[in-house]
Design a binder for this molecule. Structure first.
Ligand code: ADP
Length: 303
């Protein structure tokens, strides 16, 4: 097969591993920086240009999008162009956009009965007390809607602190989520790596002493974990609701069962392969080999 990986950087661990796994299985791989792609959307024959090359619709059999959060808008437009050219994309543009919007994802997950922490959403609330009460009072977690890697996630221990943080964010005219604090998770979360409706690897990330955020970028450490059947079901359901074939589902272990925090459409491979010793890249390519066919394109960019 001819496979394109949309990635801004060839030397990233995840990109390198996907190239390696595909080549080991005899496929030809191109890494395309999606920001350097340009598209002709007006012609009746959609095409895609990359630097000084033009790819016709039959050139690639499959696309693996690895779109960073900061370039979602343009990156998903490139993925959509491939879909319009009838090229199979392992994660489709609509599903990527859906999962990138934290509020939209949580609304969809909750509508389909997937467990999430009690969450309230606000832009400029008049009733800050009501908002805090809605999620069970303090302590509570306040999140910037656009944050990643744990930046913009604040634990407010008291109601007074929560009010001050909410007011400060409101002053910045930004969208926030106020969320029930899942204390019993003990600063740990579980990343389930889902490929084709199956959890193929799972790791537990633990925050360092004195920190509640378990992000590796915030000093967290990762180790292999055995997940329960309920956790497996929740992760698979969350991936299905988002419409993602490859994703990382982040869960918190709560007294009332697994709660989904986030579904990531470009999950990193380094942490999970190291913690679990699994060939995650190889399993992604195996899935693509079985499924890369235009008849498996679900949305072609439509809602
Ligand atoms: P980001 O997308 O920036 O990583 P998250 O929403 O995943 O932000 O939060 C970062 C970390 O903070 C999580 O990995 C988890 O350890 C912790 N955390 C987030 N929300 C909660 C919550 N409601 N209760 C307890 N811990 C939380």
């Amino acid at each position: 097969m001819n496979i394109a990986i949309l990635s801004r950087n060839k030397s990233l661990y995840s990109t390198k591993r996907l190239v390696e796994a595909a080549e080991a299985r005899g496929h030809t791989v191109r890494v395309l920086d999606h920001l350097k792609c340009f598209m002709d959307i007006t012609s009746d024959k959609p095409s895609l240009h990359y630097k000084d090359e033009e790819f016709d619709p039959n050139h690639f059999d499959a696309v693996i999008p690895r779109i960073g959060a900061s370039v979602t808008f343009y990156g998903t437009a490139v993925v959509r162009q491939f879909e319009m050219m009838n090229v199979y994309c392992v994660n489709e543009s609509v599903a990527i956009s859906r999962s990138r919007d934290k509020l939209r994802s949580l609304q969809l997950l909750s509508r389909r009965g997937v467990g999430i922490p009690a969450t309230a959403f606000a832009h400029s609330p008049d009733d800050i007390h009501g908002l805090i009460r809605e999620v069970g009072g303090a302590p509570c977690v306040i999140k910037l809607l656009e944050g990643t890697q744990g930046i913009g996630v604040v634990l407010a221990e008291t109601r007074k602190a929560a009010e001050s943080v909410i007011q400060a964010f409101m002053g910045l005219k930004t969208n926030i989520l106020v969320q029930e604090f899942i204390k019993e998770a003990g600063g740990a979360d579980i990343r389930c790596f889902v490929v084709g409706g199956k959890v193929i690897a799972a790791m537990q990330r633990q925050a360092p002493e004195g920190e509640f955020r378990s992000n590796i970028h915030r000093g967290g450490s990762a180790k292999l974990v055995r997940i329960t059947p309920a956790e497996r079901r929740t992760a698979v359901n969350a991936a299905k609701v988002m419409g993602l074939n490859v994703c990382g589902v982040d869960l918190l272990r709560s007294e009332r069962g697994p709660l989904v925090m986030e579904v990531n459409s470009s999950p990193g491979l380094q942490g999970i392969e190291k913690a679990t010793n699994k060939d995650v890249a190889g399993l992604i390519i195996d899935f693509i080999e079985k499924n890369a066919h235009p008849s498996n394109i679900k949305t072609r960019g439509k809602g």
